[in-house]
Design a protein around this ligand. Structure first.
Ligand code: BEZ
Ligand code: FE
Length: 291
């Protein structure tokens, strides 16, 4: 097309693409470019504003390395990670939520009732629950992974003072689908905000904070794997999570307790918990693979 204009540029783009392009690729690309062109027209985008956007992405590229992916943070903080996740998981099970950048493979297995808190500072959390199917039947072959921040709001891979696998474990549920462990009460923390994403959050008066949470991955043969996180109901950042991870069904209650008789009988620490301790009961629902 020789005479490209504001009116014809979207058509010109489409005309240049080969008819042999994979159907889904073309469908998604067409829609994306149509929306981009419509966005520029609707906002009457200036050259300086467009350059600001290009510079933002350039800075994201410069700060990205094998440990830090600023593009994932852009996706997380614009709600795209959560939106795409929700579009792909509309089912009757426990909601999924963002994986985040701090998961590492190889967390050691902890027996049911095991202790993750060890000598970590902070209040003791006693968490237990069951992994079930949507009819309430226990899923007996589920394996979970848990990872979380320490009391200082840092994951083990952000903090040289912590062991590599501090506050990380895998656990096989028992014949009733039950899991249980003692751990430490995690703290709210800020997502990495020293790059362009942090600049954008500050420019728009937004928080870099996430409410405190426990990350989980649940895997069981015959069921869809679940990547999720659970949040305490009393966290001050629950309504302004920087990455939009909170869902109603992912909110847990910290039940403050001092009665040691109420502790589960099979804890590795026995009754040796800091006082008060916080009891959490949280069940997970996995959906069959073919739903
Ligand atoms: C996290 O939960 O660890 C996290 C999630 C998204 C972005 C940054 C951190
Ligand atoms: Fe996290």
């Amino acid at each position: 097309m020789k005479d490209v204009s504001i009116e014809t540029i979207t058509k010109a783009f489409l005309a240049y693409c080969s008819d042999d392009t994979d159907e889904r690729t073309m469908f998604v690309l067409k829609s994306m470019v149509e929306h981009l062109h419509a966005f520029a027209k609707e906002t009457q985008l200036t050259h300086d504003e467009w350059l600001t956007g290009i510079n933002f992405l350039t800075k994201a590229g410069e700060i990205t390395d094998s440990e830090r992916n600023e593009f994932v943070l852009i996706s997380d903080t614009t709600g795209m990670s959560t939106l795409v996740d929700m579009l792909g998981s509309q089912h009757a099970g426990t909601s999924s939520s963002v994986l985040g950048p701090f998961h590492i493979l190889g967390a050691p297995e902890l027996p049911i009732g095991g202790d993750l808190k060890r000598d970590n500072d902070g209040a003791t959390v006693v968490i237990e629950g069951h992994v079930k199917d949507p009819d309430g039947k226990p899923i007996t072959n589920a394996v979970l992974e848990l990872w979380q921040t320490a009391d200082n709001g840092l994951y083990s891979n952000q903090d040289d003072a912590q062991d590599e696998y501090n506050l990380r474990c895998s656990m096989k549920v028992d014949e009733n689908g039950r899991y249980a462990m003692t751990t430490v009460r995690p703290s709210p923390y800020k997502i990495p905000d020293d790059g362009p994403v942090g600049d954008l959050l500050r420019a728009t008066g937004r928080d870099a904070w996430r409410p405190s949470h426990l990350h989980f991955i649940m895997v069981a043969e015959g069921y869809k794997s679940l990547v999720t996180e659970v949040f305490p109901s009393d966290d001050v950042y629950l309504d302004r999570d920087a990455v939009f991870g909170v869902r109603e069904d992912l909110i847990m209650e910290y039940q403050e307790k001092t009665d040691l008789d109420e502790l589960p009988a099979d804890l590795a620490v026995g009754r040796n918990v800091t006082q008060p301790y916080y009891k959490v009961d949280f069940d997970f629902i996995l959906v069959p693979e073919n739903t």
